[in-house]
Ligand binder design. Structure first.
Ligand code: MLT
Length: 272
């Protein structure tokens, strides 16, 4: 029997996963993957907007929100395998997959290895390139600072990168929500996930194999994965659509919800 609601928990490979599963069972499924170091509540406004027309699922990636970290080291591949295992538990197939940033890295890895499981992709504020040597060094420095200066300093540094500067004045409640998501992540999980991000493989060549409808969205002020990164994916994914959301940073679904949802709803409506 299917459980529905916003506060669900399931054991997948003996590891507890917190998730949301709402909307009619007979409607197309859209599954949301959040970015690092956030949780599934990032998608609350998109869940709300789609729950009458779609079955909407969002889960907390391993070590984030209410999901256990497990005991082994993690990689983007581990996270993608978790997605496939989670889909197996819930008997999900042929779904629309929407991932933001790290969620996009996971989506690309899963789609490349299991192309038949996904009928459409939404790639938000993400990229196909691997970390450069310079960005790997930056991550190592960030991990060192996290150990030396602690979680509070790390949280404020992350917020400055995640949001467009103007959003600190226009969306203080969103900044506060994201601040709490980061604060609720353990240092162990932050470090393990940063290592996974840093070690991820380049996925740019595999994009040419994508043959399903793909919507690419990016905030014009995104400092982590700027519009140029979205353009690289757009060029490689045949028939893809690229939307740049003016004034938003790395989290356009929060910073420009109306704009973001307009494009999201238009895109996913074609699968009803
Ligand atoms: C994210 O938002 O998921 C991360 O910032 C991605 C990254 O650092 O590469």
């Amino acid at each position: 029997m299917r459980n529905t609601g916003n506060h669900l928990q399931i054991y997948v490979n003996q590891r507890s996963v917190a998730y949301t599963d709402v909307g009619p069972l007979d409607k197309p499924v859209i599954l949301f993957l959040h970015g690092f170091p956030l949780d599934r509540t990032l998608w609350d406004r998109q869940v709300e907007a789609l729950l009458t027309t779609h079955r909407v699922i969002a889960y907390d990636i391993r070590g984030h929100g209410g999901s256990d970290i497990g005991s082994e080291p993690v990689s983007i591949r581990t996270f993608a395998n978790d997605l496939i295992d989670f889909m197996g538990e819930l008997k999900l197939d042929d779904i629309i997959l929407c991932g933001l940033s790290m969620g996009g890295y996971i989506a690309l890895d899963a789609r490349c290895r299991f192309p038949k499981r996904f009928k459409a992709l939404i790639l938000c504020d993400t990229q196909c390139s691997a970390d450069t040597p310079e960005s790997k060094d930056n991550r190592i420095r960030t991990m060192d600072r996290l150990s030396e200066d602690g979680l509070e300093a790390y949280t404020e540094e992350s917020l400055a990168n995640l949001f467009a500067e103007a959003s600190f004045n226009t969306h203080p409640e969103d900044v506060e929500q994201v601040r709490n998501m980061i604060r609720n992540t353990t240092i162990l999980s932050l470090k393990l996930s940063m290592r996974a991000l840093s070690d991820r493989s380049d996925a740019c060549e595999s994009l040419r194999e994508i043959d399903v409808p793909t919507l690419i969205i990016v905030g014009s002020e995104d400092k982590i994965t700027p519009p140029a990164k979205a353009e690289i994916m757009h060029e490689r994914i045949s028939g893809s659509e690229l939307i740049v959301i003016d004034g938003a940073g790395h989290l356009p679904n929060l910073e420009s919800t109306d704009d973001f949802n307009t494009h999201l709803i238009r895109f996913v409506s074609s699968f009803n």
